[in-house]
Ligand binder design. Structure first.
Ligand SMILES: [Fe+2]
Length: 208
C-alpha cells in the first residue's frame, strides 16, 4: 500500500482490543479515586507533581486529568507504528494526556500547541460526546465526529480548530496521544514534549 499523508482526519475503529480499553478505563478511574483520597488526607495538594494527576488544571478546574502518565505514554509509544501507517509519516511521540469529563463540561474552540501536530482523541468510556473539527480551507463546514469506546480520531491539532459542545452525559473518559512529524519543523525539538524521556511529569519539560 502506498503511504500518503494526504488526509484531513481519520477515524480508527477499535484501535486496541476491548479488554485493554476496559483495563485503561479501570486504571484511570482508579487513579482518580487514589488522587482524591490522597488530596483529602493532605498527602498531596494542588501543586503536587502531575504524575498523581490533578483537579486543578487552569484550563478546566475541577476535572481530573493526568499529563504524561507512564501507562498512557507507553500506549502512545506502542501505537506509534500504527500511527505511522495511518498518517503516512515518520512520527516522534510527544506527550499523552487523559481527562475524565463530567456533566456540563465544554471544550472551547481552539487549536493546540506545536507538540500536538498530529493529535488523537481515544474514547475509553462513558456517554457519547461528539467532537467537532473545522478545516481552514472549508470555514463554513463543521465536521461532527462520534466515537464509540475504543475508537480513535486522528486530526491535525495545530491546524484544525476543534471543540466539543456542552456535555449532557454523566462521564466521558478520553485520552489524547500526541505526535510530531519527524520531518516537520518540530520533529527534533519536541521529542517527548521536551522531557528527557517518556513518563515524566510536565514539570520536567525543558529541564531534562
Ligand atoms: Fe486540543
Amino acid at each position: 500500500m502506498t503511504k500518503t499523508s494526504n488526509w484531513d482526519y481519520k477515524i480508527i475503529k477499535s484501535v486496541i482490543p476491548k479488554s485493554y480499553i476496559k483495563l485503561l478505563t479501570d486504571y484511570f478511574t482508579s487513579k482518580k479515586e487514589v488522587y482524591q483520597t490522597m488530596l483529602d488526607k493532605g498527602y498531596i495538594n494542588e501543586h503536587s507533581p502531575s504524575d498523581f494527576g490533578t483537579m486543578f488544571d487552569p484550563d478546566m478546574p475541577g476535572m481530573f486529568c493526568i499529563y504524561g502518565d507512564v501507562m498512557n505514554d507507553m500506549l502512545m509509544s506502542n501505537l506509534k507504528p500504527r500511527m505511522e501507517e495511518e498518517t503516512g509519516m515518520s512520527l516522534v511521540p510527544t506527550y499523552s494526556f487523559m481527562r475524565i469529563y463530567t456533566n456540563g463540561n465544554k471544550l472551547p474552540r481552539h487549536k493546540d500547541r506545536s507538540s500536538c501536530e498530529i493529535s488523537t482523541t481515544l474514547n475509553l468510556d462513558g456517554d457519547m460526546w461528539p467532537i467537532f473539527l473545522k478545516m481552514d480551507d472549508r470555514p463554513n463546514e463543521e465536521i461532527e465526529v462520534k466515537l464509540n469506546p475504543g475508537d480513535m480520531l486522528i486530526y491535525r491539532g495545530c491546524d484544525q480548530e476543534h471543540w466539543r459542545n456542552e456535555f449532557r452525559g454523566s462521564s466521558s473518559v478520553q485520552t489524547f496521544l500526541h505526535y510530531n512529524n519527524v520531518d516537520g519543523p518540530f520533529g527534533k525539538t519536541n521529542m517527548y514534549d521536551a522531557r528527557a524521556h517518556l513518563g515524566l511529569p510536565e514539570q520536567f519539560r525543558d529541564i531534562g
